[in-house]
Design a protein around this ligand. Structure first.
Ligand code: SAM
Length: 233
């Protein structure tokens, strides 16, 4: 992968960025996504936020090499602290992290007013999708699209959300599988949940043999297994 040729995963994230948007890519690492979008004239301005000095420097070098330093601002910052109201950010992309980390970045940003004026979130959690959907639901974000893709043997989900005035409710089943993804179960979707079923059955068997059975965890796994099995009837 390089600045001209994105991974399928990041290309999918980028495909949900509206034309000429002002974006903040948080946890940008090499800044591949904003650089690619800028080189393809898809965005008008970007912030590439990074909390770790090494990746921050890689992003800075990359942006400078491409001659984009006037249109992509690389900032060393924790989460949404990278953005200010003056930046006029419309879209936030966060990819390649766990869902709980993404949710905590969004939560910190929300409580410090960083999400005001942001009309779209494009998120790609590596794990913990259900928890991230719960955060979106709790804070009045509505999912407008979801994708599930496979790349080099790994399966990724991409979710696109926008703020909404009216409360949204997603059922446990929708939070687990994704309200859009479960509507049209693709082979990749089914492959993921077949694998999850095997994993959860293994965990369940171990829990049932434990001396002190954590009843809440047991009930949760049993509920999820029942929902997964419904996919295959
Ligand atoms: N977004 C790129 C992608 O999807 O390929 C890079 C993903 S990389 C696995 C995750 C990056 O997020 C790392 O470079 C890490 O330093 C950065 N990161 C983790 N927590 C962060 C935070 N709170 N604020 C900003 N960056 C963060």
């Amino acid at each position: 992968m390089n600045e001209h040729l994105l991974s399928k995963r990041l290309a999918c994230v980028g495909s949900y960025v509206p034309n000429q948007a002002r974006i903040a890519d948080i946890g940008s690492d090499h800044a591949y996504l904003p650089v690619y979008l800028m080189l393809n004239e898809k965005i008008s301005y970007a912030i590439a936020g990074e909390v770790v000095p090494g990746p921050y420097q890689s992003a800075k070098n990359q942006v400078q090499r491409q001659g984009l330093a006037d249109r992509i601002d690389v900032r060393l910052a924790n989460g949404l602290q990278a953005i200010t109201p003056e930046d006029g950010i419309q879209v936030i992309t966060i990819a390649g992290m766990g869902g709980s980390l993404i949710a905590s970045i969004l939560e910190e940003g929300r409580t410090t007013g960083k999400l005001v004026g942001v009309s779209r979130l494009v998120l790609q959690p590596n794990i913990g999708e259900e928890g991230l959907r719960s955060w979106l639901m709790a804070h009045h974000y509505q999912l407008i699209a979801e994708e599930i893709i496979e790349e080099q043997g790994k399966i990724y989900e991409i979710m696109v959300a926008q703020p909404t005035a009216s409360p949204v409710h997603y059922t446990k089943k929708e939070r687990l599988f994704g309200p859009f993804l479960m509507q049209q179960p693709t082979p990749v979707f089914l492959k993921k949940w077949q694998h999850e079923q095997t994993q959860k059955e293994r965990v369940l068997a171990n829990l049932q043999q434990a001396q002190t059975v954590p009843t809440e965890k047991l009930a949760q796994i049993q509920e999820e297994l029942a929902l997964i099995k419904e996919l295959f009837v």
